[in-house]
Design a protein around this ligand. Structure first.
Ligand code: SAM
Length: 207
């Protein structure tokens, strides 16, 4: 496996020593701006029940729980190693009953229909096998009038990085907007940002 292929596989599903020690920390630092934009779009309230899909190193879940001490948070990630790592990092929140982490894929979430008031996912859409099916499943577990926030690097910026030649599905903001609309999301708001990797988008849609 080439180095770009290996990095791409770690970004898709961080695992082992490299995933736990290196990738999880790099992600938390490198994606701070995307997490901040996502946070502002979520407009969290104490009454919220929030799901993050693909939480990686857990920086966004940690920050959300710090800001809203009465809200309840859930995380789903299909990397068993990221789940185990974040269970350790955030054991305080878990034992207080404010956070629950599950090893699960976006296409098949272990939650009842209409569980969450807000759902977010940052930098994971590229790895979803079927974007429509994933967004359909997110809509299923979202309450009526709830919001979905999807934040991701722009197709053009990301295609300039070699790693994205290996198993990434890249999207423009319009392509993601179209899928969200096809799956029944309305009132889609688009924010654009910039970080060291280039341009990114954060789309918010209502159920
Ligand atoms: C590039 S990392 C992003 C982590 C974090 N959101 C961030 O921006 O720093 C992608 C994360 O999404 C998870 N992931 C990828 N595809 C997934 C899927 N289909 N279902 C659930 N989690 C997924 C990976 O295991 C990994 O932790």
């Amino acid at each position: 496996m080439s180095i770009p292929e290996y990095i791409a596989s770690q970004l898709r599903k961080p695992n082992g020593f490299i995933g736990r020690v290196l990738i999880s920390r790099i992600l938390n630092k490198a994606n701070a701006k995307m997490n901040n934009v996502t946070l502002s779009s979520l407009e969290l309230k104490d009454s919220d029940r929030v799901l993050e899909v693909g939480f990686g190193g857990g920086a966004l879940l940690t920050e959300m729980a710090r800001l809203k001490s009465k809200a309840v948070f859930y995380g789903a990630d299909f990397s068993q190693d990221m789940v185990a790592l974040c269970q350790k990092r955030m054991h305080g929140l878990i034992s207080e009953g404010r956070l629950k982490l599950d090893c699960a894929s976006v296409e098949n979430l272990p939650y009842e229909t209409e569980t969450f008031t807000k759902i977010c996912s940052v930098n994971t859409i590229y790895f979803w096998e079927d974007c429509n099916e994933a967004i359909k499943e997110l809509k299923r577990v979202l309450k009526k009038n709830g919001i979905l926030v999807l934040t991701f690097g722009d197709k053009v910026s990301m295609s300039e990085q070699t790693v994205t030649n290996h198993g990434f599905n890249l999207y423009t903001s319009l392509e993601v907007q179209q899928v969200m609309e096809e799956e029944g999301f309305t009132n889609i708001q688009i924010k654009q940002g910039q970080d060291s990797s280039g341009s990114f988008y954060s789309l918010t849609g209502a159920k």
